[in-house]
Design a protein around this ligand. Structure first.
Ligand SMILES: [Zn+2]
Length: 463
């Protein structure tokens, strides 16, 4: 199996030889390779002429385990005959550029790059050129990359509005050129509520739509879920509207639903097209031979704007294969409906974990970053509480690993990928490194979920 190292600082706290040994013991499997991030939220994990490599925190300088950058981890893998996978977050979270940032349908920007923007691809190419030089100097090569797709485009909700990305100029132009009525979607933000509901603290999406879903299905579903269609039609009934008026309103809702479905279809085409462009850049600059994506296994994933079934389409696979690159998909094991039948795949053992672990790593970055960590006491407290929140969510998500291993035995997969953060106490070690007073200032002590997890797996083995 492969072990995913979510953050470059992890080997400083848990050295690579120990990661291999402990993960092998934990999973009872041979560790065949490591997944290491090309960059984090503070910058590339290699020397770059354009973007600063984040400095190591003071307490780590001069320590005996130096594998906290791409080249040294690559060297480690090459010496031990392990596979090396470079994880590429193509939203380049360290790039501060309004020209490249995503924009939601209410015209607000977020600090992550939109992969449709030419500026994003250019910045990625600059980074990969630097990395290619470092590889050449070290006489090492990178053959395999993995692109997480679960958080390419974020969503938020508040005050009765759903905000979804991305409607930047580049996305608008692409969608318009593919016959999507972008101006109608922007002028009528309420129609998104046919498929997405603001439940107060989260968005509840209709993620069960497939390419075969019809506008009638959407309205019926939205009514059944007491979403937007239910509210609209219920209001008419209360106003004692005639049957004909209700039929007319339902037709209008179906017309809107069709516009949303046209959008989701084209948006999925767009994600596929741009993933191929990024894989092509990796082929050209690094000479890779294998490319994988990490995908959410729901039939339609709103934050990757991709139908899961599209990962299995000959068209997408052929375009990657035409680059002389082998294509595979890593997905969570929780969804048994949407299994790939023609595309090689691996199980990412934790449902939604890649996304949650990335969110945890992002807050960890903020905490150790001298710029953000040095701001006011209030924001420091907030950063700490966010880190705690994300640490807890990560732990809960890692628990689902047990189900993954059971599913693995029933499927013909290329293997599985586990997270190093499953190792006992590692999340706390990292939090403690970010905040030395982590233990004393921890208000509510969470039950040790690892213990719980061990108890569950033990009882299963006994069965
Ligand atoms: Zn965009």
């Amino acid at each position: 199996m492969l072990i995913d190292i979510s953050h470059a600082a992890i080997p400083a706290h848990h050295p690579l030889p120990k990661i291999i040994e402990d993960c092998g013991e934990y999973w009872q499997e041979t560790v065949e390779g490591l997944v290491f991030p090309a960059w984090g939220h503070r910058g590339p994990n290699f020397n770059s002429s354009v973007f600063c490599k984040p400095p190591l925190p003071d307490e780590l300088i001069g320590k005996d385990f130096p594998e906290t950058d791409v080249i040294s981890v690559l060297k480690f893998c090459s010496e031990r005959n392990l596979e090396f996978w470079l994880a590429l977050n193509v939203t380049l979270p360290f790039v501060r550029s309004g020209a490249a940032h995503v924009k939601d349908n209410l015209n607000r920007s977020s600090p992550q790059c939109c992969i449709v923007s030419p500026a994003t691809l250019q910045a990625l190419e600059l980074c990969l050129q630097d990395l290619a030089k470092e590889c050449q100097a070290a006489n090492l090569g990178i053959q395999k990359i993995v692109i997480p797709t679960q958080d390419l485009w974020g969503m938020s909700a508040g005050q009765g509005e759903i905000a979804l990305t991305c409607f930047c100029r580049n996305c608008q132009n692409w969608l318009s050129a593919h016959n999507i009525d972008v101006q109608y979607l922007l002028a009528n933000p309420r129609i998104w509520q046919l498929l997405l509901a603001d439940t107060g603290d989260a968005i509840s999406p209709a993620d069960n739509i497939t390419r075969a879903t019809t506008a009638g299905d959407v309205v019926a579903w939205s009514e059944g879920q007491t979403f937007y269609a239910f509210k609209e039609l219920d209001q008419l009934r209360k106003e004692r509207a005639t049957r004909q008026e209700i039929v007319y309103r339902r037709r209008e809702l179906e017309t809107d639903a069709q516009k949303l479905l046209d959008y989701t279809h084209k948006a999925s085409d767009m994600t596929g097209e741009y993933l191929v462009k990024y894989i092509a850049a990796c082929k050209r600059l690094l000479g890779i031979t294998t490319a994988a994506v990490v995908a959410d296994a729901s039939p339609y994933d709103w934050t990757s704007r991709m139908y899961f079934e599209d990962f299995d389409l000959a068209d997408l696979r052929d375009r990657v294969t035409a680059l002389d690159v082998t294509w595979e998909v890593w997905h969570e094991p929780s969804n048994e409906v949407a299994m790939l039948t023609r595309t090689p795949h691996r199980l990412y053992l934790h449902a939604r974990a890649r996304y949650l672990l990335d969110a945890f790593a992002e807050r960890l970055d903020d905490a150790v970053n001298p710029i953000t960590a040095g701001t006011t006491a209030l924001s420091r407290e907030r950063a700490r509480s966010e880190l705690r929140d994300r640490a807890l969510k990560s732990r809960v998500s890692l628990l689902t690993a047990a189900d993954g291993r059971i599913a693995e035995r029933n499927q013909n997969t290329k293997g599985c990928v586990g997270s190093v953060l499953c190792l006992r106490g590692l999340i706390d070690v990292l939090c403690r490194a970010a905040y030395p007073d982590w233990d004393t200032k921890k208000p509510e002590v969470a039950p040790d979920l690892q213990e719980f997890f061990r108890a569950v797996t033990q009882s299963r083995q006994e069965d």
